[in-house]
Design a protein around this ligand. Sequence first.
Ligand SMILES: C[S@@+](CC[C@H](N)C(=O)[O-])C[C@H]1O[C@@H](n2cnc3c(N)ncnc32)[C@H](O)[C@@H]1O
Length: 280
Amino acid sequence: MKYRHAFHAGNFADVHKHITLIALLQALARKDKGFLLIDTHAGRGLYELGSAEARRGAEASSGIGRLAPAEGQPPEIGDYLRAVRELRQEVRQRDAYPGSPLLATRFLRPQDRAVFIEAQIEEHVALRRALRGHERVTVEHGDGYERIASWLPPIERRALVLIDPPYEDARADQQRCTLAAAEALRRLPNAVVAVWYPIKLERDSNRWLEALATALGKPLLCGELWLHPRDSRAGLNGSGVAIVNAPYLLEEGMQTWLPAVHRSLDVDPPQGGWSTRIVG
Ligand SMILES: C[S@@+](CC[C@H](N)C(=O)[O-])C[C@H]1O[C@@H](n2cnc3c(N)ncnc32)[C@H](O)[C@@H]1O
């Protein structure tokens, strides 16, 4: 596996995925009962936007680098920016960027638990270091797709499963995502399952989303943000998160914060867009 998330940390897809993750965690926290977060592809947890890897593609400059606190901003964006700012103060690094584990742990309550799984040993070791001292958190070295079965159903009977693969081999990750999401729902039918996916050619991602919804037998709430036309061959045109068992009012929230994120991140003249829709 060649994929290193350090090259992409803080890019527009991370911004989109991480605000969605925060909105999901906050929605689950509306009930007192605790839940289990399973982050199947956790990464190293803490990134340096000034590192050689991050500077190579300068992807953060068109992501987190374009988003600033503003009056009247939707709370999801404010909460995300506050979490990034507080992390930077804690680690005393102005260019630090939190991956999904370091962001998520900021939104967990004492009654919640989390497991973060990472397959690459160097990334796993770095993540273990970054999460040292966190309680109610397990860090595993392994295959995130396979580990789902060991963690579900949890004693809390509530879970959020985040599946965020690299899609280096897109078809293989799509197939494994489908099987893993199906297994999660078989073990815990009310699990909230969120699958991140790249939008390169729109018709390909749409075809897969239809197949995923059919295989799961459940509708997907898909939130998408794109910065390049979705049928161009620019590379990563857009970012999507497909959510099964989406919490109440999540889509309404997206319809407020997604256009605000889009306005901040899109180039001039705008080429991108945003959408929420139900597939299946
Ligand atoms: C897109 S990155 C994850 C980013 C992270 N979720 C975040 O938002 O900060 C994908 C990660 O999955 C890891 N990975 C790839 N295949 C895996 C597998 N089968 N199980 C667990 N981790 C895997 C990669 O090493 C990489 O660190």
